[in-house]
Design a protein around this ligand. Structure first.
Ligand SMILES: [Fe+2]
Length: 351
């Protein structure tokens, strides 16, 4: 009974926040800890508290973790920056055992603020490639999310195959992009800076702007804009197409893997960390190990993302997008290059 109440709380939170999951970086957070609690000892394995900026399909994943381990999960959703700020403000009094993010930069900023714990886990270091976890072992990627070129299957014969090609004059008035304020845009431009240098990255972004793009602050809306003919090409995350194809197998938009002769497509990651002041650090680590191990398939499939464990296959629809080379080398540099990315976007007049 108590278990159900915990998850009902989570359901309500998700219900109010799902629109903000990939919306602007300034959404409001939900506060499960503001609700009355009468016990910390629910279930055989106790209860842990998770702050998560990664929302999609998370509730059934936590339910399965509880079924497997007996550890209950109380979770609070919000956007990555506000959950980080909350963790920092709470300091030693935080109830959070685990923090999860939807991108690499935000977990790096948490690490820099000293609110993450370094952990010693053979399971995590053998399962997760070194490019996808910190050297200090204070955060770990749990899934990869690729941001790629997308194109109409009805109107585009030769889509761009590099991010720079999106700036070709051929796409003048036919391009849709996410605004500069969104972390997805900033991380993409950070990856351009890492690969090509700030000067060349500015030229590329300027060429996008010169194509007079339609700015849309939702990847789902971007996919629909390509399908509807508002634009022919765009840049978006692949997992949204997984969702759209589930509803309509003939959805007329395709993924074009960029930079396949070079560094690979830009990928960001979902991450998790044990907090420095976790009340239940052992159970916190158990959750992260489970998400990287027994729960990895369910976690990535819940949002059509790519596994971090090379031995786990992506979901069937995701597998249909084909194999690709990912720009893994950049992942741990995205956070450090975020300020430069903001500067480049501003200099290019990117809205
Ligand atoms: Fe998203």
């Amino acid at each position: 009974m108590k278990q159900k109440r915990v998850y009902l709380l989570g359901t309500l939170i998700i219900g109010t926040l799902v629109l903000g999951a990939c919306g602007s970086g300034n959404g409001t957070g939900a506060d499960s800890t503001a609700s009355p609690t009468d016990s910390n000892a629910i279930g055989d394995g106790g209860t842990i508290t998770v702050y998560t900026g990664r929302h999609y399909g998370i509730e059934p994943v936590f339910e399965q973790f509880t079924a497997d381990t007996g550890i209950e999960v109380r979770f609070t959703t919000g956007n990555d920056p506000e959950l980080r700020e909350r963790l920092i403000a709470e300091g030693a009094n935080t109830p959070a055992d685990v923090i999860m993010t939807a991108d690499a930069a935000n977990i790096e900023l948490s690490a820099d603020a000293g609110v993450l714990a370094s952990v010693d886990s053979d399971i995590l270091t053998t399962t997760i490639p070194a490019e996808l976890r910190s050297d200090a072992n204070d955060w770990f990627s749990l899934s990869q999310r690729a941001r790629v070129v997308i194109a109409s299957t009805e109107r585009v014969e030769n889509p761009p195959t590099t991010y720079a090609d999106v700036g070709d004059p051929e796409w003048q008035g036919k391009l849709c992009l996410r605004p500069s304020t969104h972390p997805y845009t900033q991380s993409l431009v950070a990856s351009l800076i890492i690969a090509e240098g700030e000067e060349r990255a500015t030229e590329i972004v300027q060429s996008w702007v010169d194509n007079d793009p339609l700015y849309i602050d939702s990847d789902t809306d971007i996919y629909n804009a390509v399908a509807n003919g508002e634009c022919d090409v765009a840049i978006a995350n692949t997992y949204y197409l997984g969702r759209l194809l589930t509803e309509d197998p003939d959805f007329p938009v395709e993924i074009v893997w960029p930079e396949q002769d070079e560094r690979g497509a830009h990928v960001n990651v979902s991450t998790a960390a044990v907090t420095a002041n976790a009340p239940n650090p052992e159970s916190a680590l158990a959750l992260i190990e489970w998400l990287a191990g027994d729960g990895q398939q369910q976690f990535v499939d819940a949002n059509f993302e790519y596994p971090v464990d090379p031995n786990v296959e992506p979901n069937e629809i995701v597998g249909g997008f084909g194999e690709f080379t990912a720009d893994l080398d950049a992942v741990r540099q995205l956070g450090g290059n975020q300020p430069a990315a903001v500067k480049v976007l501003s200099a290019a007049g990117y809205e």
